[in-house]
Design a protein around this ligand. Sequence first.
Ligand SMILES: [Zn+2]
Length: 417
Amino acid sequence: MEPPLKQTRIDWRAEAERIERRLERLSRISEREDALDRPPFTPSLRRAMEEISRWMVEAELLPAVDSFGNLLGRRRPRENGQPVLLIGSHLDTVPNGGRFDGALGILLGIAAAGLLRPRARELPFALEVVAFHEEEGVRFRSGCLGSRAFLGLLDEEDWELADTRGISLRTARDSFSTEGWPRVPPYPPAEIFGYLEAHIEQGPQLEALGLPLGVVAGIVAQERLLVSFAGESGHAGSVPMHARRDALCAAAEFVGFVEESARREPGAVATVGELHCQPGAVNVIPKRVDLSVDLRHPAEATLDRLSARLRERAREIGKSRGIEVGCRRTQRLPAARADAGWQDRLASAVAEIQGEAPRLWSGAGHDAGVLGRFVPMGMLFLRCRGGISHDPAEFVSVPEIACGLEAMVGFLEGFLP
Ligand SMILES: [Zn+2]
């Protein structure tokens, strides 16, 4: 029998440097030359899949795709009935994004699978890697579409979601070429041993603690709304103030209320990040405003209450101003707790590296939140400088990547007999 990896010499720094070089390579695969922008179902996403497929092959994983186009690194042959432990994250980025968000988790998974190859047979599961698409939810305004598709959770309404050019999710998926990869059927949850995701923290807590790693306790519940205010346009000079039905003024009142409500609710965050004003001319009274609301809280009931309060207030504002208000929920992701046993296992792997293992709630949504509703889920957070993410300034150092890999491998080794 081969010795456990713990007792063999692994050059964690060299492994981390290789991951860093791969991240650098992926960061140049973008729809734009001046920034990292890799939306789902685009040529750049396909090129990134090709690159990752090569690294999967090096780790003796067989690249394949599911019917959504998610990239899977499968272990073959998988023994009959052996469940799969999936390590993954997402390959899409936000516009002008950073190079660690998503990609780092995929590359850590590939590296861990490669390092554990000599003892693969002794593990109680087949170790596989998955790279999901459209986690960010920028293009179709709905997040974690890839992981939801992976579990067969998308309904007709989801498939009809359209991007800003009117292209539906279904059309985008159908016209995305995955030629060259075998298409494989999805796993039923019963065949999944669990899902592990490493991700940058995207917040300042680990930096404040002075620690490179944290164990995720769970992911907060999240809701997205699309709210529209329809009034009447008119000349900015000749329509008197009392006779106006200004859609933007109604929207402004609502935006203020969104902020105030979230501030009054401990643990809640709310953001209006998108606002489209029509016709959008300096001397025309705004006729229509469409805006997005993103609401989050660890407790479902609180989120429901907050969401209901916002809708009610939007209608009141509309009524008092003669504005027609529309409100549509575009996304609801329930809170997901990390598996208690996995949290403990991750905590002991992390504590071995840095002495302690803080447990954090994730305010950001992750594919792990989707998987965690059906299978045991664990998440590892890596410190990122300044807590900055979704920005080119996003940064994780090589020693921090090394800690992340060591913790991931330590966690997996914990399942060896
Ligand atoms: Zn991410």
